[in-house]
Write a protein that binds this ligand. Structure first.
Ligand code: PLP
Length: 451
């Protein structure tokens, strides 16, 4: 006899945390999310730098509904679809360098996996099969699938899966607050850490290295850390000198978050492969993409003719229609400029509130992508005892106050250090800036008081 249907009491989801209990989100209005108990939360982190248009943009929702009425899904092994074609045109018309093709996937980790495999296949196609090594940076995050996790330099995420991860060389990040010496200019520091890439290439034999991967502005792991002037240019020079592909992971920092559609535009450097997700679809649909340079695309087209990869939902019509609408709203509403203006206001307000705070060591970032590093002692930059889990306390207190922010621990080495990442929707206004600073201030103070 068939077993009886189990009665559902909302007890069967395997949540991110198997021990936490989460409020249930029931509606969204602008920058706010409401739960089923009626409590409202200001989304000052866009979840994890996702919801750049807030939670109720009708133009995006209508575009997705209209696409569902036309055709919800047609497998990309059989058909192309109009929103996918139009979204690719839109992105490439604005993309830096000679990025020329878009490979659509469903999220950031998938975009990184595709970029890594594309880099490898490129060298197979052009007759350099010995090139397979990837170099990346410590204190980075590129996703949780095995390839992306291996490339990432986030130690606490990698720890238990280490035996399953491919071997990757990791060089230092460009993290001026902690890495720059007192007598060193920002530029000199940037050249010094970029030159670690040159040393790693030499150590691993240049003719075996396929690609270098980095986040132009580091997101979750370091807390909105931009490169110093000249750093990415030097990285590009080193890659070019050895014919190594440069991959920029803009899953978090791209699509307008820094005030530029592509974060690397601000540094005047273009990669060979560029990954995006999060703000591409703004959370209205799951979507990511890998932008590919002409030379890589042509090597595959004129070689085997087929990128040996693929996922069932790549180029999903409803996801592409939603993302295209998101990108059009960003342009129609002049949101890149708004990000720069409101980012400046938010940073100034945070500096006023926390600039002399005894436990705030650094306030950094670009546009509406801002990190605050918490320290035990400002002068020595001594971090808090990690067992205090200060970052987790800030998150809990902020949620209790009706504020979503994105605190994280392990800022310095995967174990010590605490920071808070802010990535509010691009639509915030002056009163929202005040609300973020006030609620965040209360959450930080109560976390510090409960040490
Ligand atoms: N790359 C970066 C820079 C990210 O910040 C993230 C997610 O936070 C990813 C990749 C992975 O994206 P996803 O969580 O959509 O798989």
């Amino acid at each position: 006899m068939a077993s009886q249907l189990k009665v559902s009491g909302m007890n069967h989801v395997f949540h991110r945390s198997a021990v936490a209990s989460y409020p249930v989100a029931s509606s969204g209005e602008g920058v706010y999310i409401k739960d089923t108990a009626g409590k409202s939360y200001f989304d000052a982190s866009g979840g994890a730098a996702v919801s750049c248009l807030g939670h109720s943009d009708k133009r995006v929702i209508d575009a997705i509904k209209a696409q569902l009425d036309e055709i919800p899904f047609a497998h990309s092994g059989f058909f192309s679809n109009e929103p996918m074609e139009r979204l690719a045109d839109h992105l490439i018309a604005r993309a830096p360098g000679d990025l020329d093709r878009v490979y659509f996937v469903s999220g950031g980790s998938e975009a990184v996996e595709a970029a890594l495999k594309m880099a490898r296949q490129y060298f197979m196609e052009i007759g350099q099969p010995e090139r397979h090594k990837i170099i990346a940076r410590k204190q980075s995050y590129h996703g949780n699938t095995l390839g992306a996790l291996a490339v990432g330099g986030n130690e606490w995420r990698r720890e238990q899966f280490r035996p399953l991860l491919i071997d990757i060389a990791h060089v230092s990040p460009c993290y001026a607050y902690r890495g720059r010496q007192d007598d060193e200019s920002e530029e000199a520091y940037g050249q010094r850490v970029a030159d670690e890439l040159e040393a790693a290439i030499q150590e691993h034999s240049p003719e075996t290295v396929a690609a270098f991967v980095c986040e132009p502005v580091v997101g979750a792991t370091l807390g909105a850390v931009p490169p110093v002037p000249g750093y990415l240019k030097r990285i590009r020079e080193i890659c070019d000198a050895h014919d190594i592909l440069l991959i920029f992971d803009e899953v978090m920092c791209g699509m307008g978050r820094t005030g530029y559609l592509f974060a690397c535009e601000e540094d005047g450097v273009a990669p060979d492969l560029l990954t995006i997700a999060k703000g591409l679809g703004a959370g209205y649909q799951p979507i990511g993409a890998t932008l590919v340079s002409k030379k890589i695309f042509e090597a595959i087209r004129d070689g085997s003719g087929f990128f040996q990869h693929g996922h069932t939902y790549m180029g999903h019509p409803a996801a592409c229609a939603g993302a295209l609408a998101v990108q059009q709203v960003i342009e129609e509403d002049g949101l890149l400029n708004r990000v720069r203006v409101m980012g400046g206001k938010l940073k100034t307000a945070l500096e006023e509130r926390f600039g002399n705070h005894p436990h705030v060591g650094d306030i950094r970032g670009r546009g509406l992508f801002i990190g605050i590093e918490l320290v035990e002692d400002r002068a020595s930059k001594q971090s808090f005892d990690p067992s205090l889990k200060l970052h987790a306390k800030v998150k809990t207190n902020a949620m209790a106050n009706g504020l979503m922010c994105y605190p994280m621990g392990g800022t310095i080495d995967g174990r010590t250090g605490d920071h808070i990442l802010l990535a509010p929707p691009f639509i915030i206004d002056d009163s929202h800036v005040d609300e973020i600073v006030e609620k965040l201030g209360a959450a930080v103070e109560s976390a510090l008081a409960s040490r």
